[in-house]
Design a protein around this ligand. Structure first.
Ligand SMILES: Cc1ncc(COP(=O)(O)O)c(C=O)c1O
Length: 432
């Protein structure tokens, strides 16, 4: 799953990331802090890439999940491309040194200046979401004299078992073009020499812990590509988006090989005919590669509830408040008998008591973990929020004027601050 593990030191369990003690690291950089494991990032990327090797896919790491350029560079140096959704992400991508041709640029609301930058950079494909956008890309490409390849984002109308805010592939969302309107779309825009529609893009939502929705999406995609080809359109790229699961709880997500066993046979013959398959994984690579380290400031009893009030909350990890998402939380130091056997909602150990892990933010919804059985914790103890590498720092805010925390990348026994902690002056830096 990852490279965060408890080591026993003089009868106590202490959390390490690869070869670095997280308590020693926290003494150095203070909390709150995000810590990423390079070995975990690489391991997840490698497993995906090996599982899907028969398709020789272009894996484009989804920058929105963990945009730090040092993290992205770990992956691009391994051969990954990048999945981008804004001019800001394109700017980051170019700083990593990635080959722009290995990038896809999606997003429902691309501004004209963002499209121009993507054209000038020479991104591999623009993923088109609407007819007006397609017309604008064609116009801007013609003005620049720079034709581009494009993939049409299609809404395949597939229901998925995920939170309503992260399900994207059913009818009625703002994403893509309805399946039954795609042929008409191609009749209008499919022969532009400037915005060359030559791919199909899908993203059915995330996290998707079953393979069936992917199988359905691929089948619908293949049928669609065949219909378009029979009308003379050249379709040579199929982008299946992201959404593969991560282990927010131990063993929750299917292995990359499980997704691959279902998907590869459906696409293998098409790849042999020249189809380029693209994936846009974010959380399946980054989620388990990061923890958020917090310090408990106060232990507060209120009626029957115990609150562990920490130095970071929804401002740094909004997923529980936004999606009711589960993140495993555990002290960085515990007695040896309290080393968690697995990261699950209900840990089967003696001597645990229920607590609410909350932050300093002035919102009742500022909760990281509710009614969670934890070992005895005192003010000053540190907690690790696991599975925090994706959509953690990337969705963090300065709400309540809390400066953003540092990000640290661990590689073996080395820990490097790859984004420094913000200062109070940083909070005001943009104000004029
Ligand atoms: C179009 C698209 N591709 C890829 C992703 C990445 O999803 P995940 O991080 O779940 O793999 C997202 C997530 O929102 C997305 O909207």
């Amino acid at each position: 799953m990852d490279d965060f593990h408890y080591k026993i030191e003089s009868g106590q369990g202490a959390l390490w990331c690869e070869g670095v003690s997280l308590d020693d690291l926290a003494d150095e950089v203070q909390t709150p802090a995000y810590v990423y494991s390079q070995a975990t990032l690489e391991g997840h990327y490698d497993r995906l890439s090996q599982a899907f090797a028969p398709l020789d896919p272009l894996i484009c790491f989804s920058v929105k999940s963990c945009p730090n350029t040092s993290v992205c560079r770990v992956l691009t140096q391994r051969g990954s491309g990048l999945d981008l959704v804004s001019g800001g992400e394109l700017y980051r991508a170019l700083k990593t040194g990635v080959n722009p041709a290995k990038c896809v640029y999606a997003g429902v609301g691309k501004r004209p200046d963002e499209i121009t930058s993507a054209l000038e950079a020479g991104v591999g494909w623009l993923n088109v979401e609407s007819s007006q956008e397609c017309a604008l890309i064609g116009q801007l490409a013609e003005q620049l004299g720079q034709p581009c390849r494009a993939a049409l984002r299609v809404n395949p109308d597939i229901q998925t078992e995920t939170h309503q805010h992260t399900a994207t592939g059913h009818r009625g969302t703002k994403f893509g073009v309805q399946l039954d309107q795609v042929e008409a779309f191609f009749e209008t825009y499919g022969s532009s020499p400037w915005c060359k529609l030559s791919g199909i893009h899908l993203h059915i939502g995330s996290p998707i812990l079953q393979v069936e929705p992917y199988v359905m999406a691929v089948q619908k995609g293949i049928e669609l590509m065949d219909r378009l080809r029979s009308k003379g359109y050249i379709i040579d790229m199929f982008d299946l988006g992201g959404g593969f699961g991560a282990d927010y709880q131990s063993g929750q997500a299917p292995e990359a090989t499980v997704y691959a066993e279902a998907i590869v046979p459906l696409l293998e013959s098409r790849v042999a005919e020249g189809l380029q398959v693209v994936f846009e994984p974010g959380r399946s690579i980054a989620a388990n590669a990061g923890v958020l380290l917090l310090t408990v400031l106060y232990v507060k009893q209120s009626d029957d509830h115990t609150f562990l009030i920490c130095d970071g909350g929804m401002n740094l990890m909004i997923r529980p408040a936004l999606y009711d998402a589960f993140h495993f939380v555990w002290p960085t130091r515990v007695t040896a008998s309290h080393i968690p056997p697995a990261r699950t909602e209900k840990v089967q150990l003696d001597g645990l008591s229920p607590v609410n892990v909350v932050g300093p933010i002035c919102e009742t919804g500022d909760i990281i973990a509710k009614d969670r059985a934890l070992p005895q914790v005192q003010a000053g103890d540190r907690l690790a929020v696991f599975g925090a590498g994706a959509y953690g720092m990337s969705m963090a805010s300065q709400y309540n004027s809390q400066p953003l925390p540092p990000e640290v990348l661990v590689d073996g026994q080395k820990a490097k601050v790859v984004r420094r902690r913000e200062t109070y002056a940083d909070l005001l830096a943009m104000e004029v």
